[in-house]
Ligand binder design. Structure first.
Ligand code: ATP
Length: 244
């Protein structure tokens, strides 16, 4: 999907975000490299969405540093957002338009024109059934909407994927399909940050998992090596975070 880049695609160092008097992100540091999947876990109000907003340049840090493909999202939000595909929990598409028409419309907005056959190749790559390409997306499941959004990300050649609760509400088969797709995108060099409560999904897919508590990463675990996680360790850690 992307060209491999040097360095970390997402780099956050000592990020502080305040809303008025209230500090909601407290010296958060986090890195996601090209070809890496990072799972950010945290309870309600831990600061997950605010972290995504800072990466997208929608909130300005009170202190610290955010870089996306080496650029400052607060200073160059438009350029940074071109490098990012943000897939929210509920993908917003025009319901009366087909998958093809939606993707075509959003590509035009971005002043992009796919090569002949490229859109179809992207739909095939994400596993969207051919019979659905021309149907209004009003009849699409959550999984089909995600596939449409990820096909758009492929066509935009986004090198950073931000996935917000991607598997909540997906059945196990659709979750497995989704995870297989994320693995493929990682293999093609995308930097992928998944914000989730889904321990099972994240244990399957993430290279590293960070626990966000009160606006800071309280613990990080990796899929490999000495600090490697398993499902039980993740569950216990998450339960402790929620109880804190
Ligand atoms: N615009 C805002 N103004 C003031 N406070 C805010 C604003 N947005 C978020 N907050 C507060 O910041 C804290 C972190 O919120 P955030 O939405 O980032 O958490 P979250 O981890 O995404 O939670 P959830 O899992 O419930 O979506 C919360 O206490 C929230 O009330």
């Amino acid at each position: 999907m992307t060209t491999k880049r040097e360095g970390k695609a997402i780099q956050i160092e000592g990020l502080v975000v305040r809303y008025g008097e209230r500090q909601v992100i407290d010296h958060l540091s986090l890195e996601v490299g090209a070809g890496e999947v990072y799972g950010l876990l945290g309870g309600n109000g831990a600061g997950k969405s605010t972290t995504l907003q800072a990466i997208l340049g929608f909130v300005t840090p009170s202190a610290g540093r955010v870089r996306v493909v080496g650029l400052d999202p607060s200073a160059e939000p438009a350029v940074v957002r071109r490098a990012i595909a943000y897939i929210p929990e509920n993908v917003a598409l025009y319901d009366h338009l087909s998958a093809r028409e939606n993707v075509d419309y959003f590509l035009r907005l971005a002043r992009l024109r796919p090569e002949p056959g490229e859109m179809e190749a992207a739909f095939r790559a994400v596993g969207l059934a051919e019979e659905a390409w021309g149907r209004p997306v009003s009849g699409f499941s959550k999984g089909m909407r995600q596939k449409t959004a990820i096909a758009l990300a492929l066509l935009r050649r986004a090198s950073v994927l931000l996935l917000d609760e991607p598997t909540s509400g997906l059945d196990p088969g659709a979750t497995a399909d989704f995870n297989a797709l994320v693995s493929r995108l990682r293999g093609e060099g995308a930097a992928i940050l998944i914000v989730t409560h889904d321990l099972i999904g994240v244990a399957d897919i993430a290279d590293r998992v960070g626990f966000l508590e009160k606006g800071r990463i309280s613990d990080e675990m990796a899929a490999e090596g000495a600090d490697r996680f398993d499902l039980r360790a993740l569950h216990d850690r998450f339960a402790r975070a929620r109880a804190a």
